[in-house]
Structure formats: C-alpha cells, structure tokens
Design a protein around this ligand. Sequence first.
Ligand SMILES: C[S@@+](CC[C@H](N)C(=O)[O-])C[C@H]1O[C@@H](n2cnc3c(N)ncnc32)[C@H](O)[C@@H]1O
Length: 318
Amino acid sequence: MSEQITIAARFLTSERAVVHMGDCLDLLRTVPDGAIQLIVTSPPYNIGKEYEKKLKLETYLAQQAAVIRECVRTLSPRGSICWQVGNHVDRGAIIPLDIVLYPVFSELGLRMRNRIIWHFEHGLHCSNRFSGRYETIIWFTKTDDYTFHLDPVRVPQKYPGKKYFKGPNAGEYSSNPLGKNPGDVWIIPNVKSNHVEKTEHPCQFPVELIERLVLSMTSEGDWVLDPFLGTGTSIIAAIRHGRRGAGAEIMPKYVELARSRIAQAIAGTLRTRPMDRPVYDPKQTGSKLTVSPWPTIKTTEQPVLLEKKEGYSGHENS
Ligand SMILES: C[S@@+](CC[C@H](N)C(=O)[O-])C[C@H]1O[C@@H](n2cnc3c(N)ncnc32)[C@H](O)[C@@H]1O
C-alpha cells in the first residue's frame, strides 16, 4: 500500500482514509456488510460534554444500540468491536457504561473476549468518592474464528533471564524472546495538557492505546472504523500500520482537527507518544517536585496504605 493517500469524504472500499462529517449512522449505512475488520470507538458518555445533550439513560442506550447494530452489520466475520467507555454519572452516582452496554452486544450475538482495564494516573479529583483512574475497553468478536495477532503487541518480560530448572528443557531460557502477553490491565498515560498529542478536544484517547488494538486485531490493508471519531485517533493508528481508516464526527471543528492530524500522520510528521515508552517516573528523573515541603506525617496519626515505597509512576510529559 504505497500509493499516495488522500482523505475521502465518502466510504468506498478502494479508499485508504475516510472522514465523514455528520452522524455516524449516515456513514455506517454506506458501508457494505462485513467490510470492516475492527470497529473501535469511545462514544459520548452522556455526561453533558459540549458535543452531547445529557439524555435519560434509556434514551442514550437506545441510541447506542442503534449504532452498535449497524456496526455489527458492517463487521467482518473475523472482526472485532472495541467499545472504550467510562462512567455515566447521575447526581453523584456512577453507572459504569460497560455494564449497561454489555447486554446490547450479547443480544446481537457477539462474544466478549476481554474487558481491558485502561489505567491512567491523571484526572478529576473527587471529594465524595475515590477519584476515577481507569476506564475499560470491552472487546467483542462476531464469531469464534477471529483475527488475533499476539506477537506484534508483546511487551518485555519481567525476567527474560529466567531458565527452566527441571524437565527436558532444564537450563534453557523459559520465556518467549519476543516478550510476554501484555495482559488485560494497560497502564497508558491519558491525553492531558502536557501530553504530546493534546488538542482542544476534551477527551481524546492516546494513539498508542489504539495501536495495540489495531496491531493485534487486524492485518495490513484491513479497514478500521470509528463511528465517534473525535480528533481522528483511530484512523491515525490504522494509517501508521498500513491499515485503512474510516470515521464519522458530528462537530465541524473536530472534523477539521481530525483531517489535519490524519494528514500529518500520512506525511509522517504527527508527533505521538511511542508505544514502547515507559510511563514517566518523576522520582527517577530526580524532579524536585517529588520532595514533600511538609514534614512527614507519622503513620500513627494518619494511617496510609502505601502501594509502593519507590518507583511511583507519574504522567508522561511527551
Ligand atoms: C469521546 S469523543 C471521541 C474522541 C476520540 N476518541 C479521539 O481520540 O479524539 C466522542 C466524539 O463523538 C462525536 N459525536 C457525538 N455524537 C456523534 C454522532 N451521532 N455521530 C458522529 N460523531 C458524534 C463528538 O462530537 C465527540 O467528538
């Protein structure tokens, strides 16, 4: 796929990148049955962001169900759907969207493969409950015969020097030299103000989060579609790895942003946080801000459960 890539406004399977300005259902209706290998998105959470009207939960779920139904129609038999969601909040009570959306997917006959926890370190500070520091990606497949490539997304082993100590392979290295399965808890910085990918969009997901899904659930040349495209992250992740990408976005200013970022990704000039960069640790870099200006509070006065004494992971700067 070395030809010049242009960003089309209408879906045709011969295109490489498609950005539809308008409602996602209008885009989905133009996509042939079974054409898409991966549908990945972060839908509106119905929490009153600038791009959504806060709806009654039943109305919101009915709208999501209509989109999901069309997504399933366009999904290839070997394809996957990844719905990345957090919580809907109603007068201080949280409703995890993956819980309420699960029946929509299962009633359409989809099979859940993982409920991936995406953990990040930064966000709003709550005073009446613990601050939310994870969201989930619920991954469904259309059939039991689905594409899954583990090798391109393996991560370094903790103990690569470990050897079998008994049995026929005693003395040989026991771990896979390509790395280990990344598991279903992913620690990836979210896109906050000091993240290299930050735009004016209030809730972009990081490119590296989607790259892992694209690499493991699609092959070169496959279509990746995001019905709620925002700033174009899913298409960027697709294009960077030789896949095709399509998406719909209802707000013109985000369509413009998406087009500009996708064009930079095509030109190879878009700055993104690399997939293999460890999470920034301010203690390790010797940041003075990690030294407390207050005297240490005795644990007898304020009992605390320390997760880790050293090596606390903070937010990545770039
Ligand atoms: C949570 S954001 C997605 C952000 C995206 N993941 C990114 O990385 O930039 C949801 C997006 O869906 C858009 N949106 C809301 N309703 C839509 C609809 N019916 N069709 C298409 N886009 C819609 C919103 O304007 C918003 O930009």
